[in-house]
Design a protein around this ligand. Structure first.
Ligand code: AKB
Length: 324
């Protein structure tokens, strides 16, 4: 990775990945693209281009103009929105992906796109979900993710494109909020804990899902992209997780810092059904063995960091580390 084009750069992963890669590889070497534009650092700290990933010619022209050697394709709808708008999800998630792969084939680029725990379904083993197992998802998002994993394998086997990918769990971050995901509760809960001291969870208690703190997710992307290709048995769909948690676990972790925090439940049937169709806890052993995946944050450490950063964001510099 020397010159990188990122799609969906203003989204939850893109906002932080763009800044991290600009620090590592030089601001001018990371071309952020998105269908939207805002006033953030991502737009002003380096090259930014408007890109609708379903427009194949624009995609090709921007990649060629900037002479990139890598595409990190993040633009996609998440699970809950995809379930509300399945046709849009198919067109954007699959149309964008095939365009990104075609550009990578035509220009001989290295390629990354995230898959998800959503690529699994109710018939998948729920505990210690293996790397290679049954994948029969019941959501449009899951259908997109399984198809995407297979398509990336196809582009590697057929055309030799250096495709790589991770099955991300729910990602938690204090920078940019996610939108339209099933795991979003695990981000919202921290925002509401600080702003209102109370959270109403749309995911029921006892519902376990895999999660990861954003710094670990960014390290995982870089670790996989820089990994020795001869060591990779899998390529496009590594299971990676840092913790398996239910809403009441996050509640308890927050209460250690904010004892007055309260939580109740108003379950959203659509997102609850999606959550129940996903694994409780996936097994990341192949990622550990093939390219050295590791995480720094468990629930307690992540909670301390999230609350500290959110307090700092809203209350200013007055907050001392350790005071939260
Ligand atoms: C979602 O909830 O849709 C995403 C995911 C797990 O892929 N966060």
């Amino acid at each position: 990775m020397k010159k990188i084009l990122i799609t969906g750069a203003l989204g939850q992963i893109g906002s932080e990945l763009t800044m991290t890669l600009r620090e590592r590889y030089g601001a001018e070497n990371v071309i952020a693209t998105d269908i939207n534009k805002n006033e953030s650092n991502v737009v002003y700290s380096g090259p930014f281009e408007h890109l609708d990933v379903t427009n194949d010619r624009d995609f090709f022209n921007i990649a060629k103009k900037h002479k990139v050697d890598t595409v990190i394709h993040l633009a996609a709808l998440l699970s809950a929105t995809a379930e509300q708008k399945p046709l849009l999800a198919w067109n954007l998630n699959m149309g964008g992906l095939v365009n990104a792969l075609e550009v990578s084939r035509e220009l001989d680029l290295q390629f990354f796109t995230p898959s998800s725990i959503g690529a699994f379904g109710p018939s998948t083993p729920k505990a210690q979900t293996p790397q290679d197992t049954i994948q029969q998802p019941t959501t449009m998002y899951g259908v997109n993710k399984v198809s995407g994993e297979l398509l990336c394998n196809y582009y590697f086997n057929k055309f030799g494109v250096d495709t790589r990918g991770l099955r991300f769990p729910g990602l938690i971050s204090y920078v940019a909020p996610p939108g339209g995901g099933t795991t979003d509760y695990a981000v919202e809960i921290y925002y509401k804990a600080i702003k209102q001291g109370h959270y109403t969870s749309y995911i029921d208690q006892g519902t376990y899902m895999d999660m990861m703190y954003m710094p670990d997710a960014l390290n995982a992307i870089i670790g996989l992209m820089e990994a020795d290709p001869t060591k990779l048995v899998h390529r496009n769909s590594f299971n990676v997780s840092a913790m398996s948690i239910a809403p009441e676990d996050v509640e308890a972790a927050i209460k250690k810092h904010i004892p007055t925090f309260t939580m109740d439940y108003q379950v959203d049937p659509v997102r609850q059904q999606i959550a129940q169709s996903w694994p409780d806890a996936i097994d990341s052993t192949c990622a550990v063995d093939e390219w050295g995946f590791k995480v720094q944050y468990d629930l307690a450490k992540m909670t301390e960091d999230m609350l500290w950063h959110l307090n700092k964001k809203w209350l200013g510099e007055k907050v001392e580390k350790g005071a939260i």
